[in-house]
Structure formats: structure tokens, C-alpha cells
Design a protein around this ligand. Structure first.
Ligand code: ADP
Ligand code: MG
Length: 139
């Protein structure tokens, strides 16, 4: 699926619609440059999942966990990750194997080799100041 969103609210809404349908044991790999809308999308997604807290991308924190009614929502932001290997120190393996987990990874391209093929890849592209192209590849 491919969509062009015309402002950040549209990107949030898209995330919200997808979040509302998510079930446990789901991995979403978000790829794309800085400012393409990954965190914006995630804020909508978290809302769709029923998370009340506002999702931010903390500069020096790689991993944030949010409790769900059932299971845990994991938000990884690997922008500052230098070596893919370092992700293992964050407990990546355990997180990916959490059967109740919903895992969303920003800058997933950095740890491609550790990710299972069973995942949804979402690519973000900057078109112009207000528009982003978002490409969703299930599995
Ligand atoms: P990333 O997490 O990919 O670095 P962010 O979501 O943090 O990106 O930032 C995206 C920036 O682009 C925000 O400042 C947002 O307001 C702006 N923006 C403009 N148009 C869009 C759009 N269509 N979708 C998402 N963000 C947009
Ligand atoms: Mg971000």
C-alpha cells in the first residue's frame, strides 16, 4: 500500500488507523530519513492502541516501553545507534520474541539483519515541505 499524506495530521491519522488494528506479536520496521514522519506516524499509532501518553523521540534513549491492556508496546528509536551489534545490548532479541509485544522500530534499516522476515516494513519519503510518501509492505 502506498499513500501520500498532505500534512502531519494525515500521517498521524494513518498511524492511528493502523494502530487500532494491531494485534500482539507484531513488528513494524519504520525506515526513512530524519524528518520524514516516523515519530509523527507513531504518535497516531500509539493513540490507536489506546496509549494516553504522548510519544516522543528522546534524544539519548533508544527504547521506551508502554503497557497495553495486554502486553507491551515497545518503541525503539535507533537514530543514534552506531553499530547494529549495539542493539543486542538493548535486549533486542527478547523484545522481538515477546509474544505479547507490539514492536515499532524507527531507523529499522540499521538492524535489518536482526529482524525476522515476519514483519511489516514501512518506508517514509520526503516529497516536499508538507507531503510525505508512505509505503507499507505487509510481511
Ligand atoms: P522522523 O521521526 O522521521 O524524524 P518526525 O515525525 O519527528 O520525523 O518529524 C516530521 C516533521 O515533518 C514534523 O516536524 C512534521 O510537522 C513535519 N511534516 C510536514 N508534513 C508532514 C507529513 N505529511 N507527515 C508527517 N510529518 C510532516
Ligand atoms: Mg523520529
Amino acid at each position: 500500500m502506498e499513500v501520500v499524506t498532505k500534512n502531519s495530521q494525515e500521517t498521524q491519522k494513518l498511524g492511528q488507523r493502523i494502530g487500532a488494528k494491531l494485534r500482539p506479536k507484531k513488528i513494524l520496521a519504520l525506515c526513512g530519513d530524519l524528518g520524514t514522519g516516523k515519530t509523527t506516524f507513531l504518535q497516531g499509532l500509539a493513540k490507536g492502541l489506546g496509549i494516553k501518553k504522548r510519544i516522543i523521540s528522546p534524544t539519548f534513549v533508544f527504547l521506551k516501553e508502554y503497557p497495553l491492556k495486554k502486553g507491551i508496546f515497545y518503541h525503539l528509536d535507533l537514530y543514534r545507534l552506531e553499530k547494529s551489534q549495539d542493539a543486542l545490548g538493548l535486549g533486542l532479541k527478547e523484545i522481538l520474541n515477546d509474544n505479547q509485544g507490539i514492536v515499532v522500530i524507527e531507523w529499522a534499516e540499521k538492524i535489518k539483519k536482526f529482524l525476522p522476515s515476519e514483519k511489516t516494513d514501512i518506508y517514509f519519503y520526503y516529497l516536499n515541505e508538507k507531503e510525505r510518501k508512505i509505503v507499507i509492505k505487509e510481511r
